[in-house]
Design a protein around this ligand. Structure first.
Ligand SMILES: NC(=O)c1ccc[n+]([C@@H]2O[C@H](COP(=O)([O-])OP(=O)(O)OC[C@H]3O[C@@H](n4cnc5c(N)ncnc54)[C@H](O)[C@@H]3O)[C@@H](O)[C@H]2O)c1
Length: 255
């Protein structure tokens, strides 16, 4: 029960394949109280029953492109909780047209959307969460991909967004460290999810990684959830500003 009584807000469950769903289940097993958000009405039908199955204390709509919707999440939570201990940010989005061809076909609008939803939203959520997280030894975690550091086919603007997200982890870590809040990221290997399906030729990335990764297998949502538990719990009380790879070791391979 590493998270007994800890209050956790989760952004990024779309369905039962979502990485955030594996995290939510494990955190529930470890004694956490959960607030689950979903991106809009269309997703409520899927997310509500999942959230109810793990006794979520709150199930709230939140399009992270809207500061008002982010604010209403924490206004609603302040009515039921005195504080928040842990934030899970597992949100990313780019238009499908941006995730094929080369980086040169990136549009100004597509760039802005990817950066807004996949990067700025983490800053916006932490800004809104900060007052409820002060001085509790809290932590925040976001999800990245190695496309931030190396070039993967079709990952394009999302690689740029993940690079900016990883820089945000470092800046947020410094800014929130005064309040005792740790900020980290997991850089996960490729996993078949809704978000991954948007990347043209994703199966090629997955196959290549399976062949070359030291563990010779792709990682699972549960692999990521285990590392998320460590990073979010007091076991990682001295860890902040880290990009922690959960990729079967793929990132250490040269050739
Ligand atoms: N699947 C992979 O191969 C992989 C690898 C490394 C990192 N990641 C990252 O993990 C995170 C979770 O992705 P996933 O693979 O579980 O896929 P997913 O599709 O299940 O999750 C992405 C989530 O982002 C949410 N989202 C998109 N736009 C939003 C908006 N405007 N407001 C609120 N929420 C919004 C979706 O509702 C969804 O819940 C993402 O940041 C993704 O980039 C995924």
């Amino acid at each position: 029960m590493l998270l007994r009584g800890k209050k956790v807000v989760i952004f990024g469950i779309a369905n039962e394949k979502s990485i955030a769903w594996a995290i939510a289940r494990l955190f529930h097993e470890q004694g956490a109280e959960l607030a689950i958000t979903y991106a809009g009405e269309a997703l409520e039908k899927r997310v509500r029953p999942l959230s109810e199955s793990i006794d979520a204390a709150a199930i709230l709509p939140c399009n992270v492109a809207s500061d008002e919707e982010i604010a209403s999440v924490f206004t609603a939570l302040a009515k039921i909780w005195e504080c928040v201990d842990i934030i899970i940010h597992a949100v990313a989005f780019a238009n499908k047209e941006e995730l094929k061809g080369s980086i040169l076909s990136t549009t100004r609008e597509g760039f802005a959307t990817a950066m807004d939803i996949s990067v700025y939203s983490f800053l916006a959520v932490m800004k809104a969460a900060q007052p409820m997280m002060l001085g509790r030894g809290g932590s925040a975690l976001t999800l990245s991909f190695y496309g931030s550091m190396k070039v993967f086919p079709s990952y394009n603007v999302m690689g740029l967004a993940k690079a900016a997200l990883e820089a945000s982890v470092r800046y947020l870590s410094e800014a929130l460290g005064h309040d005792g809040i740790r900020v980290n990221a997991i850089s996960a290997g490729p996993i078949r999810t809704l978000a991954a399906a948007g990347v043209n030729g994703f199966h090629t990335i997955l196959n290549q990684v399976e062949l070359k990764t030291p563990l010779r297998r792709s990682i699972t949502q549960e692999d990521v959830a285990g590392a998320a538990l460590y990073l979010s719990s007091n076991l990682a009380s001295g860890v902040s500003g880290e990009i922690h790879y959960v990729d079967g070791g793929y990132n250490i391979i040269g050739l």
